[in-house]
Design a protein. Structure first.
Length: 161
């Protein structure tokens, strides 16, 4: 497995990014080290990375939809995007995720953003805003949980074939 932390610290910042393959495990490690408010997803169907030619600068993990009602066999979900802030990196990852999902036969790709996030990278890569979805706490009196992620309302985005 690649040591993303060492690569990121040692690599100079470059403006030209390229797509590269990455394993789900390597993408999970990158997310664990760098995502600002989420842990890495537990699994996935595939992942993609952007690099500056020497070091990974961002990753996207694509899996089955988290919401079981959306698990129709034709829909996949971008469950995590994490970058180091390079310009255009998120848009490149969202675009690559959709092209790969389509090539694998998926007809719909979805993702969620926090309500406070503008979704600029999604708009730039051709995604459509569906509307408000989800949010809130998983905690219930008969099933106590500790919220480790933001509980604000989410925005659902999609790409359709």
């Amino acid at each position: 497995m690649t040591d993303f932390g060492a690569q990121v610290r040692a690599a100079p910042h470059r403006s030209r990014l390229i797509l590269q393959p990455v394993s789900i495990g390597e993408a999970q490690s990158f997310v664990t080290q760098h995502h600002r408010h989420h842990d890495a997803p537990t699994g996935g169907l595939f992942a993609v990375a952007v690099s500056d030619g020497e070091a990974v600068r961002g990753v996207a993990v694509i899996g089955r939809p988290v919401a079981r009602m959306l698990q129709d066999g034709w829909t996949a979900e971008v469950t995590r995007v994490c970058t180091l802030g390079d310009k255009n990196a998120p848009s490149m990852l969202y675009g690559a995720a959709w092209r790969a999902a389509r090539a694998l036969g998926y007809r719909r790709l979805i993702t969620y953003t926090l309500g406070s996030e503008p979704g600029t990278s999604l708009v730039a890569s051709g995604w459509k805003l569906v509307g408000a979805a989800g949010g809130g706490s998983w905690h219930r009196a008969n099933r106590p949980r500790v919220d480790t992620a933001p509980t604000e309302q989410k925005q659902l985005w999609e790409q359709l074939a």
